[in-house]
Design a protein. Structure first.
Length: 360
């Protein structure tokens, strides 16, 4: 539950990879790479070779190549990257997908939030027509100098560290520099439990997130290009147990993925009352601050109340006599049992001094 949600509605987080999930191609290949004199295949080969030869993170390698190859040709600034982002093309239905799902969630009495978790460039995504649909955009980004030009990587999001952002979303600790993401939270303190998270991606780079979401009770969906209908990647991650669902990346109203996600929303909405009961019970148990000795004493008292044989009663009382210290409340409970059971009374009477109100 969102503690800032006045209506206490459940929140569903839909998390997206970006390239080849929402857009049919890498974002850098839709204008930027060409503007520095490369075709996409040549640029990525150069970048990946740099990473391999220097034991380097692939994302840091492409960011370095972007910076190096732009020298003398263009400045890398937030504004320029945003302009390239504005040229990014999307799969069918993407641009009105978010508003449609938000409206559907409202009908089902749930709040829908959208997040990007991408190895692409945050500044480009922020330039797209859909940027304002996301509560957070987690992606690679540059640090900009006093003249506004990119001078250093500020954030690198690769396929393994993508998972940290799922924990941030779960706990509501959304800022990347906020170390509270490592703190322990009780289940009821989770802003969006994993069971309310949907992850949508297209390939092996999404596997850690898909696996994590699945293992914690959420939903991972693989998508493939609806024009080529090449299902090689989704078949692989399905066979590896990373996803349970896949569909073409066609986000139009009534499409296969539209129906899937709405069905998940229905399921979460319907299960919310019992989930709340579970959290209530969990919280009550978590607030139990009895010592292990006190818990054992309470269990012995309960067992004594339910005992239906002399041997069992005698065994329980022997265990009771092993404890030298009893609270007044527990002593009263023992004595009240003895009042109704002469066998118990005769055994414990010599060892336990009952408060006046509990004696015969």
């Amino acid at each position: 539950m969102d503690k800032d949600n006045d209506h206490k509605q459940p929140i569903i987080a839909i998390c997206y990879d970006f390239d080849k999930t929402l857009s049919p191609d890498d974002m850098q290949a839709q204008g930027f790479i060409q503007s520095v004199g490369f075709d996409a295949e040549e640029f990525w080969k150069k970048s990946n070779t740099l990473a391999k030869n220097n034991n380097m993170d692939q994302n840091l390698a492409y960011m370095y190549e972007m910076s190096k190859e732009s020298i003398g040709k263009l400045y890398i600034t937030k504004e320029h990257l945003g302009e390239y982002g504005a040229k990014i093309k999307f799969f069918p239905g993407v641009e009105n997908w978010f508003d449609r799902l938000d409206a559907y969630g409202k009908k089902r009495n749930v709040v829908i939030e959208h997040y990007v978790i991408s190895s692409g460039l945050k500044e480009m995504i922020e330039g797209t027509a859909i940027a304002d649909k996301f509560k957070r955009i987690y992606a690679c980004s540059f640090y900009y100098g006093e003249h506004g030009n990119a001078i250093w990587p500020a954030q690198s999001v690769n396929y393994t560290n993508k998972t940290q952002f799922l924990f941030r979303i779960e706990k509501g600790v959304l800022d990347v520099y906020d170390q509270r993401v490592n703190d322990h939270f009780q289940p009821s303190e989770m802003r969006i439990p994993f069971s309310n998270i949907i992850y949508i991606g297209d390939s092996d780079t999404d596997v850690p997130c898909m696996k994590l979401v699945n293992e914690y009770g959420g939903y991972s969906i693989g998508v493939y290009n609806p024009d080529t209908c090449d299902k090689t990647k989704v078949f692989k991650i399905y066979k590896d147990g990373r996803i349970k669902l896949f569909a073409p990346a066609n986000y139009t109203d009534g499409s296969e993925i539209d129906t899937m996600v709405k069905s998940i929303i229905n399921k979460i909405s319907a299960s919310e009352p019992i989930d709340n009961c579970y959290l209530k019970c969990h919280d009550e148990v978590a607030r139990d601050n009895r010592t292990s000795e006190e818990i054992e004493q309470d269990n012995l008292i309960s067992n004594l109340e339910e005992s239906d044989s002399f041997a069992r009663t005698h065994e329980i009382i022997k265990k009771c006599l092993g404890y030298k210290t009893w609270s007044q409340e527990r002593t009263c409970r023992l004595c009240n049992i003895a009042k109704d059971n002469s066998q118990v009374f005769s055994i414990i009477g010599d060892y336990v001094t009952c408060p006046q109100k509990s004696t015969r």
